[in-house]
Design a binder for this molecule. Structure first.
Ligand code: RB5
Length: 144
């Protein structure tokens, strides 16, 4: 994997984020952690903006954001131009969000999705490529 990945979480996603970092690091995938760094209560918009800006500015190719539900992180990240953030609850939507929608930020909910499934979602999402073609035309329509 030659892609650069950024990751972030709030207190609601801290444990799952740690697990994802370990999982990807074990596979030799480099990942940059933008916090938060404990289970102390914090505000997810701060972390979502940090990670999303890094993707939008081209510092990293993909972002992974973990909170309690995966919802707040996606809402915030999608406010930033160039970000296509998706909350996925299964591997099929993870694959389709990359293949058809060229998603560049994956959001997960630690309180919703179990660890085993979450790691499968991450793997599927990272391994899937954008299909391009007619899907590129559609993505271009909302990126303009
Ligand atoms: C924090 O309690 C929770 O609201 C947050 O982790 C997230 O689920 C927001 O969407």
């Amino acid at each position: 994997m030659d892609k650069k990945i950024a990751i972030g979480c709030d207190h609601g996603g801290f444990k799952l984020k740690k697990r994802i970092i370990q999982h990807l690091t074990d596979k030799g995938i480099k990942i940059t952690d933008y916090g938060s760094f404990s289970e102390e209560s914090c505000d997810y918009p701060v972390i979502a903006k940090k990670v999303a800006n890094e993707i939008a500015n081209g510092v990293h190719d993909y972002g992974i954001l973990v909170c309690g539900t995966g919802l707040g992180m996606a809402i915030v990240a999608n406010k930033i131009r160039g970000i296509r953030a998706v909350t996925c609850f299964d591997s099929t939507t993870a694959r389709m969000s990359k293949s058809h929608n060229d998603s560049n930020v994956l959001c997960l909910g630690e309180r919703i999705t179990g660890e085993y499934l979450a790691l499968d979602i991450v793997d599927t999402w990272l391994q899937t490529s954008f299909s391009g073609g007619r899907h590129k035309r559609r993505v271009d329509m909302f990126e303009d």
